[in-house]
Each structure stands twice: as C-alpha cells, then as structure tokens.
Design a protein around this ligand. Structure first.
Ligand SMILES: [Fe+2]
Ligand SMILES: [Fe+2]
Length: 269
C-alpha cells in the first residue's frame, strides 16, 4: 500500500473528473480497510503540485464572465448542476491537498481518517451530480466554470490553520447556507434524482465543516491559542470579502461553528 501522501498526490495529478474520483474512492477504501484492521498506514511526506491536474474542459472563466443561471428553466438547472459538479471536484482536490501538504505534521491519526472520509464523500458527490448532469444530456465540462476556486488553497499553501479556517470553516460552511435553496429549486422542478443527490451532499457536508472546527480547536488547544480571534484574523488574511448572510445557524451549530465566529465577519453592505 502506498503512503497516504503518495495516494493524495496521485489523485491530485489525475486530470479527468471520473478517473480522479474513482482513484480517490479506491485509495480511501484501502485506507479505511487498513484502519479497520487496526493498522496505522504510513503517512509519508508528499510533494503536491501547486495546482491539481484538471481536464481540458470546462473552460475556466472569471466569475463575472460566467453566464447568470435562471433556475426556472431546464437549462438554468443544468447550469446549477454543472456549477455544483465543479465545486465537488475542487473539494476532492482540496481534501487530498490538505492531506498531501499537511498530513506529515504531528497529528493524531483521527485527523487523517476524517479527511480521507471527506475526500471519499466529495468523490461520491461529484459522481452523483455528474450522473444527474448526464441524464439531462449534458456532462461535466460542457459549460464554462468559475476560475479561482483554487485560490484559497494557494493562499494557504504554508498556513495549516489558515487552510482549516478558510476551506472547511468558511467555504464549506457557506455550502450549508445555500444548499437548502438549491434543493428547493429541484423539488419545484420535480427532479427527484437531483433532490436525492443534494440531500446526500447536504447531510455529509455538515461533517466536513465539523472536521474543520474539530481540528482547528484541537490545534488551538494544543498551542494554547484563543480560537475566536485567531479565526477572525485568518479569515481576514486569506478570504477576500465578507461572509454573506443569511447563515444556516442551525447546521453551523451542528458543525461546531458558533455565531461569534461568523457574525463579526459578515458582509455589512
Ligand atoms: Fe461535497
Ligand atoms: Fe465537503
């Protein structure tokens, strides 16, 4: 069995979406099988690429240049699915990048278990949404997608706490805020396949945010740091713009993100 950081780099260096998620799921199940037998597999030390390999399509555009989506039309809903597939593929890479870049640090093995599970779930999410897309006659790569989703990773390439603050605790927490609205759109359109896929995503994303909060607080506790001001400082350093209300306070609470973490950073405009 390869070391965890080697596995992570293999996933990052695989361009095609379906191939990336298949490899990701295979490695995750190898890891989980070893852990179920009580083994502590080698973590190693990775040399992840600055940016993960990606397919030639979709074309990546500045968010301002990506056409606006009208949720009332089938084309608009296909565009939403496409945007979600893009987010999920980025999330696969974000979790493996976290392991590849920071996995060698002195951490309890439960840290690695959590992020392997998160990476596996993101891979499932990409596949579920790609299935929905393909059933509409489209596919991942058929439309342009947002460039710049990797920015949070690049900005926090050497700041582990910054990465935890910005990726799971800001970006993935934002997912909890917006997913119920998306589920509504597909419920109204009676697209049960998309509703089911998004319900899986919604339930599992709470755990990813919770892993972020859990390990952020663990590290704060180990280093005797005050979590709330540190979180505010890191988000102001690495996240561009305020956080957008309304917040899903209930799910954020479930994920261990208290109101005094995000309200002071809320967009005041
Ligand atoms: Fe996801
Ligand atoms: Fe996630």
């Amino acid at each position: 069995m390869k070391s965890l950081t080697e596995m992570a780099c293999d996933v990052l260096n695989t361009a095609d979406g379906r191939e990336k998620t298949a490899l990701s799921r295979r490695y995750a199940s190898q890891w989980q099988a070893a852990r179920a037998e009580g083994a502590v597999p080698d973590i190693g030390k990775g040399a992840p690429p600055l940016r993960p390999a990606r397919p030639d399509q979709p074309q990546l555009l500045d968010p301002r240049d990506v056409p606006k989506r009208k949720p009332g039309t089938p084309e608009g809903r296909t565009a939403i699915l496409h945007a979600v597939a893009h987010i999920e593929l980025n999330a696969v890479d974000l979790h493996w990048d976290l392991l590849a870049r920071f996995g060698h640090l002195d951490l309890p093995i439960g840290f690695h278990d959590d992020w392997v599970k998160a990476a596996d779930e993101e891979s499932k999410h990409f596949n579920l949404i790609s299935d929905c897309l393909e059933n509409t006659g489209s596919f991942y790569g058929a439309m342009p997608a947002h460039a710049g989703m990797w920015r949070a990773a690049e900005d926090t390439i050497d700041d582990f706490m910054g990465r935890l603050a910005v990726v799971p605790m800001v970006l993935e927490a934002r997912g909890l805020d917006v997913t119920p609205g998306m589920i509504k759109i597909f419920q109204n359109a009676k697209d049960t396949q998309a509703v089911e896929a998004m319900n899986v995503i919604y339930a599992e994303e709470v755990h990813h945010v919770a892993y972020g909060s859990k390990w952020f607080h663990f590290l704060c506790g180990r280093d005797n740091l005050d979590p709330t001001p540190l979180f505010h400082k890191l988000v102001k350093t690495y996240f561009h713009g305020g956080l957008k209300p309304p917040f899903n306070e209930e799910k954020r609470a479930e994920a261990g993100i208290p109101p005094d973490f995000y309200w002071p950073l809320a967009d005041q405009r």
